[in-house]
Design a protein around this ligand. Structure first.
Ligand SMILES: [Zn+2]
Length: 432
């Protein structure tokens, strides 16, 4: 618009010069020309943003010339009901510096299996978008209702999705920036930049302080959606699953009952104050949170008393910062209801009936959901996006992306091999 204003001003100056030189008649003609110019200009601006005028002029319309600098305006797609499966992928914080993750140290194998690199994440997002997936908020898929026996239960909503798109949920486990993980090539924390956006800060392999939007999962996805708004339905981004034992998002907000010092208390208060604006910004830009237990506990083997204490502590130390959530993501992919998915165990009952969680996500090979009929809960599986599945499960993920295209061979260790030509799926076991 500044350019247009400048152009109009320029025209007026020209007109004034003409006025001085020529007669009043020319002045009137010039004014008419300016008016016509303005009318054309503002009609063009508004037609780019508004719906076409439904009542065409009496004259047969002639093709509208294409503006010299066209701004692509996405045409809103018609919303249609989606009754198919809602795909749910998960991964972890991305590896910013693969040379630190894959340099032969003891945890290299775990990072290779469970993590993807920043470049792989970008390539996967592009492929998901190209394959017509669109991000939705997992919370929008399900609702509570009260049945005829006055019991609270869960039901699936009628999802309305842009025509031609397929709904997708992405979750990110352990986005806590554990101290033990950061030296393996992760950024250190999320921060708010002076522009009000989320950025990630960290240290590169030579120890230089880095602030970037290209090296961490949240900022990479934010940037991708800014550039491709059609990848997000109603602004939805991803689900951030947090433990609490080492704080959240790179801030050490955890309590330590054994440390009653003033210094610890003040530092914890300061960290909590620092992370709150980050949490607020994430929530305002389509991100939502889940519990991943407080201590990343092995649910399957933990006593009910431990599950209860862990759940309460998560609400106290993490829920108090990120707000209410109904999503619980199992550590290690272990289910609260144990081996029998049809009979809720006491731990699942506690989480659903006492703590108010409704959506429980594990790990599996295909989209899977089950609405519990005896408690208000839905259990579901998610599919891992990590080196393990990139290497061994290419076929199973082809509807999302081709592992052979997105896998960063140049930076991944050779020793774990790939199985891209073989349809047998060597993927096994649960992941966190
Ligand atoms: Zn985990």
């Amino acid at each position: 618009m500044l350019d247009i204003t400048g152009y109009i001003w320029y025209n007026i100056q020209v007109m004034r010069t003409i006025i001085k030189k020529y007669s009043k008649i020319v002045y009137i003609l010039s004014a008419i020309i300016v008016c016509v110019f303005l009318t054309i200009t503002f009609t063009a601006c508004s037609s780019a943003a508004d719906e076409p005028d439904p009542s065409p002029s009496v004259e047969p319309s002639t093709p509208t010339p294409t503006p010299s600098t066209p701004t692509p305006t996405p045409v809103p797609l018609e919303l249609v009901p989606w009754s198919g499966p809602v795909e749910h992928l998960f991964t972890h914080e991305v590896i910013a510096w693969p040379e630190l993750a894959f340099n032969g140290r003891t945890r290299q194998g775990g990072f290779d299996a469970e993590f993807i690199t920043a470049n792989e994440f970008r390539a996967i997002l592009q492929s998901l978008y190209d394959n017509n997936y669109i991000l939705i908020d997992l919370n929008d898929v399900w609702s509570e209702f009260t049945n005829e026996s006055d019991q609270l239960r869960m039901m699936r909503n009628t999802l309305m999705i842009p025509e031609g798109k397929k709904p997708l949920v992405i979750s990110f486990d352990d986005m806590n920036f554990y101290a033990i993980d950061i030296p393996y090539g992760l950024m250190s924390k999320y921060i708010i930049g002076s522009d009000g956006q989320i950025w990630a800060e960290g240290f590169d392999p030579t120890g230089n302080y880095v602030v970037s939007q290209d090296l961490a999962a949240v900022t990479i996805l934010d940037k991708f959606v800014r550039e491709n708004p059609g990848f997000s339905h109603n602004g939805a981004k991803g689900c951030i699953a947090l433990t609490g034992f080492e704080g959240i998002l790179g801030y050490r907000t955890q309590n330590d009952p054994s440390d009653t010092s003033q210094a610890f208390r003040l530092n914890r208060m300061a960290e909590t104050a620092r992370v709150k604006p980050v949490v607020d910004r994430l929530k305002a830009t389509g991100w939502y949170f889940a519990s991943h237990s407080y201590g990343h506990i092995g649910i399957a083997s933990a006593s009910l008393a431990r599950v209860q204490a862990d759940g309460e502590r998560w609400l106290d130390e993490v829920g108090s910062i990120v707000g209410d959530t109904k999503i619980f993501i199992y550590p290690f992919g272990q289910r609260l209801d144990g081996a029998d998915q049809n009979v809720p165990g006491p731990a699942l009952r506690f989480y659903a009936e006492e703590l108010g969680f409704r959506l429980f996500a594990s790990v599996g090979r295909e989209p899977y959901t089950q609405i519990k009929d005896s408690i208000p809960a839905v259990i579901m599986d998610r599919m891992l996006v990590g080196g393990r599945t990139l290497r061994n499960s290419r076929e199973r993920y082809l509807r999302f992306f081709d592992a052979a295209d997105v896998f960063e061979t140049a930076v991944r260790p050779d020793e774990y091999g790939t199985d891209w030509g073989n349809n047998d799926d060597n993927y096994g076991g649960d992941d966190d």
